[in-house]
Design a protein around this ligand. Structure first.
Ligand code: G
Ligand code: G
Ligand code: MN
Ligand code: NA
Length: 256
């Protein structure tokens, strides 16, 4: 409960939460095409706390709407800042939790943020983890996603392949992109089972006209293998770790 009060305090006082940004590259020409925004909490005593720890806490104790709204606002403020500095257009992808999708008013939070920061919706992508689709409240997720896409957002399924969901949803849900989970990338190119799964997902995605990004690319051999198999995009420590906005921007400037 100490942690919970500390999180409430962090949301109230500001200055402890931060978004870091991890670059996403198109393999065809190594160009920067996107950034994934990842939440970081610098706890005043305990140092960096992982979102894997405090997001579940926020979800259990009714703080997720506030935290999610903060992420939306922060990402849009950053996009607006980069726009005003004339940086090239890239999509910033934020992670959306099940709670945000089913309990809060996500559409309104997004629409008012876009208007306030004067950012076009196509620049803010939404990542939904595959397990969201299994959520018992997910019965009517298709119209929700349809609405978000009508608002102009791109929608990606995060951690694809790890959620125990049936592939049938790919037929019914309006999606733009699959994020192939890093569990399938780690042992490439040697592991024959992972290689078979990755190739099958790439073929399936082509047929369904979905983009694919491979997550967790850590080695040159993994990158080369994914390129040879026609994977469009990659993200991972081989290219860059998630970085604070200012550091990311400095590296980005060197690439353009
Ligand atoms: O960055 P890291 O590996 O520590 O992230 C751990 C988990 O927290 C990942 O599953 C990631 O998707 C999730 N996460 C990171 N930032 C956010 C965020 O802003 N919102 C939500 N809902 N999840 C996030
Ligand atoms: O669940 P999600 O895919 O949003 O999780 C993203 C998390 O994965 C982030 O916390 C990020 O730090 C982490 N991550 C990003 N690239 C790599 C990588 O190449 N290797 C590993 N092990 N983790 C990564
Ligand atoms: Mn993600
Ligand atoms: Na993932």
């Amino acid at each position: 409960l100490g942690m919970l009060n500390d999180l409430r305090n962090a949301l109230a006082v500001g200055g402890q939460l931060e978004l870091h940004y991890q670059p996403q590259y198109r393999l065809e020409d190594d160009s920067l095409v996107g950034l994934e925004a990842l939440l970081r909490w610098q706890h005043p005593r305990d140092g960096m706390v992982s979102p894997g720890d405090f997001i579940p806490l926020a979800e259990r104790h009714g703080l997720m709407a506030t935290l999610g709204d903060w992420v939306i606002d922060q990402a849009l403020a950053q996009l607006s800042h980069w726009q005003s500095k004339g940086m090239p257009e890239v999509v910033v992808w934020i992670n959306i939790s099940a709670m945000q999708l089913f309990q809060g008013d996500l559409e309104t939070a997004l629409a008012s943020g876009l208007a306030r920061h004067r950012v076009p919706p196509r620049l803010l992508g939404l990542e939904l983890t595959e397990s969201v689709l299994l959520d018992e409240r997910a019965g009517d997720i298709a119209p929700r996603l349809e609405k978000l896409r009508r608002q102009g957002h791109h929608v990606a399924i995060d951690d694809f392949g790890t959620g125990y969901s049936s592939l049938g949803y790919l037929k019914h849900l309006p999606l733009d992109k699959l994020k192939l989970d890093r569990a399938f990338i780690q042992a490439l190119p040697d592991d024959q089972a992972d290689a078979a799964i990755v190739c099958a997902v790439l073929a399936m995605a082509r047929g369904l006209e979905l983009e694919v990004i491979a997550e967790g690319v850590e080695t040159e051999a993994q990158r080369d293998y994914l390129r040879a198999q026609g994977c469009a995009q990659v993200q991972g420590f081989f290219y860059a770790r998630p970085l604070p906005a200012a550091r990311l921007e400095a590296q980005w400037r060197e690439q353009i």
